[in-house]
Design a protein around this ligand. Sequence first.
Ligand code: ATP
Length: 576
Amino acid sequence: MITFLDLSRYFERLEQTAKRLEMFTILAELFKQADPAEIAPLIYLTQGELLPSFRGLQIGMSEKLLIRAIALGAEREPADVTATFKQTGDLGKTAEALLDGKGRHLSVKAVYDELVRTAGISGEGSVEDKVAALAELLRRVSPAEARYIARVVMGKLRLGAGDATILEALSVAILGDRSGKAALERAYNLCSDLGVVGEQLLAGGLKGVEAIHARLGYPIRPALCERLPTTEEIIGKIGRCSVELKYDGLRLQIHRDGDTVEMFSRNLERMTAMFPEIAEAVTRSLGAERAILEGEALAVSETGELLPFQVTMQRKRKHGIAAMAKDVPLCFFAFDLLYLGGEDYTPKPYTERRAKLRALLKSDPVIELSRAIETDDPAELQRFFDEAVANGQEGIVAKRLDGPYTAGARNFNWIKLKRSYRGELTDTVDVVIVGYSAGRGQRAKFGVGTVLAAVYDDRSDLFKTVTKIGSGFSEEELRELKAKLDEITLDHKPARVDSLMEPDVWVEPRYVLTVMADEITRSQMHTCGKEEGIPGYAMRFPRTVGFIRADKRAEDATTVAEVIELFDQQKRVKVE
Ligand code: ATP
């Protein structure tokens, strides 16, 4: 049994490290001590959560309520707590400074269960009950533990341990080496729940992990597309393929279990309440009681025209859903079937999944099968692509006929070809902000002049810098960006960031920006693709397209391998 005090000491060590390898070693040491009943809570807490976000359980406490809970626990006035908070700037440290409990060596499980219970309190008077429950918990722990409880409650633990690092640490802790990593990743990609994967590993070893398959209620991590610059190269790579329209809307994964329909976004957030007409259409027209579908939801006009992304985006809202559903009706273009009646469909070939999907969809105004042709002729593919672009779509996705659905992976089973941006890169790059500098002159007044941006190296689970961006932001965006980044500043380089540059301020890698650049060049200054004696890669004349990508997590940024691929492709594309 691990006590919460032990865990707090581990958190302290994790917080102080600026090296990924050290972080990994500490995590492996921690997981080694866990028993099957506590591994899931341990993993969730390490990620600063009570459950994966798709489960929709949030503790739901504002700063103000936590201040009241600390005051109640410490038998002080809320004003005293606020005063200490002003000095420390951190409610964790505030709780630590003001509470003086002796601690009762509560187990991790006991603290976790109490936090889950508190999060679940609802109904009339629930706010007061939550404050009282948390105050009681704070009274029962020592100051060092209170620090971390307060941070978890505020969603500000921010240890920066990524999913891949946790999986690798689990493998080393339980199996003694990294040999289980691939199996653990496969399982995680199918259930998106590190706690479930950890539990299975501890309870049933690798066999237990291998038994994890797609299931209802657990979003499957999305399969992603590779890029190729021409239709000839696509056919050269995968031969005869299915070419689908690339709809420019919102990706949705739909889980139907009888009358219950759940929907998840690309980054696995629960979206069910937002799209009632799609939920209705699924219950009405899908010829299967239990299934997982994937597709793109798009606003359509009365005459059935596909409308631009910005129009669809108006449907992403928490309030006024019914009215907006009337004004901006959606159509769901289903493009994959991932599960059917108890069976995991992800390992099956594309043609089989598609045939089944077609057979299951009855004609319905709100759900349609994605449009596709099958071809091995680059010229025919080109015509389909040109037509798609002429109709305002982004391009096409070519799919390998015998390809399985590779959850959570980007590979050549799916290849995207987007309309090109003249004289520019063949695609935008999604970067994650890792720091910023104030900038000079005009910009200084916003506090953010340039942001230091990185791409993701999935092999090492590190963020590697690729560019500094100062263009493309409106004044309003700069202000908003500053406020957002202020919430996630760190006093040292984040452990998983690999950088030769030192921005004024480091931030937790969280916000993803889509960036267009003139080209990718070799660079000594950036760590993306840099190896001993070999220069890295950088983006030249970068500017942002749109603002923060709410549908992507830091690890969903473009990868180092993709940047290198784009570098190679720019030499192959004919300039029109
Ligand atoms: P990615 O999702 O590949 O990380 P991204 O979010 O920037 O990148 P794109 O590169 O533009 O998106 O293209 C991939 C996306 O295209 C998918 O995530 C999906 O939402 C969308 N899409 C639209 N039509 C299809 C289709 N027919 N098949 C697969 N994906 C499609």
